[in-house]
Design a protein around this ligand. Sequence first.
Ligand code: SAH
Length: 276
Amino acid sequence: MGDYKENQDLLHGTRGTAGPLSHVRIVLVEPSHPGNIGSAARAMKVMGLSRLCLVRPRRFPDPEAVALASGAEDLLGEALVVDTLPEALQGCVRVYGTTARDRHVAWPQGDARAAAVDAWTLARDTGPVAFLFGRERTGLTNAELDLCQMLVQIPTGPVYASLNLAQAVQVLAYELQMAGRQCGIPAPGLPKAGLATVAERERFYVHLQEVLLGSGFLQPPREIHMMRRLRRLFDRAMPDSGEVEILRGILTEIQRWAGGQHTGQSSVMEDRSGDS
Ligand code: SAH
């Protein structure tokens, strides 16, 4: 495990491994059992994935993880360990949230196969993508799913839908490997300039929420629901970085027009520095 700086190449997908799978990040959020981390690393390596990221693992590094990695110790050694989810998602253009449960909020959904094809294609044509896996007991929170553009379910029988964490990683990793074998043609309709990163979109959503609250359009407590709908709307448009910049520019001008009350936002150009 290196420090954050040493792992920048992991974040930006510039390490030796060639091909789209080197731009697919597997993110485990607060895994409790080191054995699951080891098994997930093995599942990934076998299927040609290499970028493992751990958000606040309960025990890591740990001999149990090494024991279960069995041949994939290198992935554990290179795993990026971070404190927050945004750090794990830095530079990503799309995030897939895996979940065993049907969620009541209307996020776009796909099964593991469709998501893998989508992710593989984006990873090849646009930039890094991430699959999030939740805690063994409780999965991912709604706030974490808010950072995702698609929910992914592994189809199961009707009675029991919850796979073991590492087995869920295995199924997704297999689908990603298969997607690579099947996808030969560039995806239509992707912006030429490359999709805006999650961090860029996130800054836009924070800015939008601020303006909509200030104008009175958003009213607590319905604000969360409405922001979710607006996220879905803008995510569906798949804006590139320049387009997000235009949207933020519009918001900044509206704030100025409304009386310069809201000086908290730095300019779009300033915000973009250090972003990738
Ligand atoms: N009890 C939890 C399940 C946790 S299983 C819950 O109800 O959400 C641990 C993780 O494995 C999940 O967060 C998810 O990332 C993944 N997982 C398990 N079963 C899955 C399924 N059928 N489809 C997609 N992901 C699944």
